[in-house]
Design a protein around this ligand. Structure first.
Ligand code: MG
Ligand code: MG
Length: 258
């Protein structure tokens, strides 16, 4: 079911979003060669709890009941890992890229946002992939407007990625977000403009293009969580939680001064 939020609910989601943005700002400072993804996770969880929130992802059940719940506050996905990477003792090294995805649950609402960051100096391909993926997110948010449709968002992402030689991950989607981390509907990151559900003010969406340097195919590793590219090439991921308004979409997962 699609849930439209009242202005007072969106005000709380703004606070949850700000906590997430605070975590990601700290991740930008901490990501460098030699750091482990577990150290990043510990710092993230500390910030979330310091703000009176809880990590949205920690303990989240797997769709496969035989798999363990997600064990951490962040998803840390390095290089060919697309999403849902589990923090570990792996040390980042110069030239890696790392996607950090964070969710915070605050006063009954979730904020959900992700960035992909360079570790030291990275290849031109890696830098281009990150830039294009961020452009995909911006293009998606630009068309996330009252009266437009979900297909407009998917088409904007697909055009931005494919016109620059990259591919859009198919098996994982953007989604409604609010009282639940995945609330009401999924939204494909590719598709046809003018198709799909109509966007209305009060709709809150986690828009999250996952873009691959090679082909779009994915597989899941033995840990049952970590999603990687089949061809072993790089992948990037950017995400914001947004609210549809009468005008421009509002980005909820941002710091005040951004
Ligand atoms: Mg996320
Ligand atoms: Mg999400």
């Amino acid at each position: 079911m699609v849930v439209l939020k009242s202005p007072s609910e969106i005000a709380v989601m703004r606070l949850a979003g700000r906590i997430v943005a605070t975590v990601l700002a700290e991740m930008r400072e901490r990501v460098k060669p030699g750091v482990t993804t577990l150290e990043l996770d510990e710092a993230a969880e500390h910030i979330i709890r310091q703000h009176g929130a809880t990590p949205s992802f920690k303990g989240k059940a797997h769709s496969d009941p035989g798999a363990p719940p997600f064990p951490a506050a962040i998803c840390a996905s390095v290089n060919e890992e697309i999403v849902h990477g589990i923090p570990s003792s792996r040390r980042l090294k110069e030239g890696d890229i790392i996607s950090v995805d964070v969710g915070a649950y605050y006063k009954g609402y979730h904020g959900d946002s992700a960035v992909t960051l360079p570790v030291g100096k990275v290849s031109k391909e890696a830098a281009d992939l990150m830039r294009v993926t961020e452009e995909c997110l911006a293009a998606a948010i630009a068309v996330a407007r009252n009266g437009n449709r979900t297909g407009d968002i998917g088409a904007a992402i697909q055009h931005t990625a494919e016109s620059q030689g990259f591919s859009v991950v198919r098996e994982y989607t953007s989604h409604g977000v609010g009282r639940e981390l995945h609330e009401g509907f999924s939204l494909l990151n590719y598709g046809t403009a003018g198709h799909g559900m109509v966007l209305r003010p009060g709709l809150t969406i986690a828009v999250e293009p996952m873009i691959n340097a090679g082909k779009y195919g994915t597989k899941v590793k033995k840990d049952k969580w970590t999603v990687v590219t089949i061809d072993g090439k790089l992948s990037a991921h950017f995400e914001h939680t947004i609210a549809i308004t009468e005008g421009d979409a509002e980005i909820l997962t941002k710091l005040d001064k951004q």
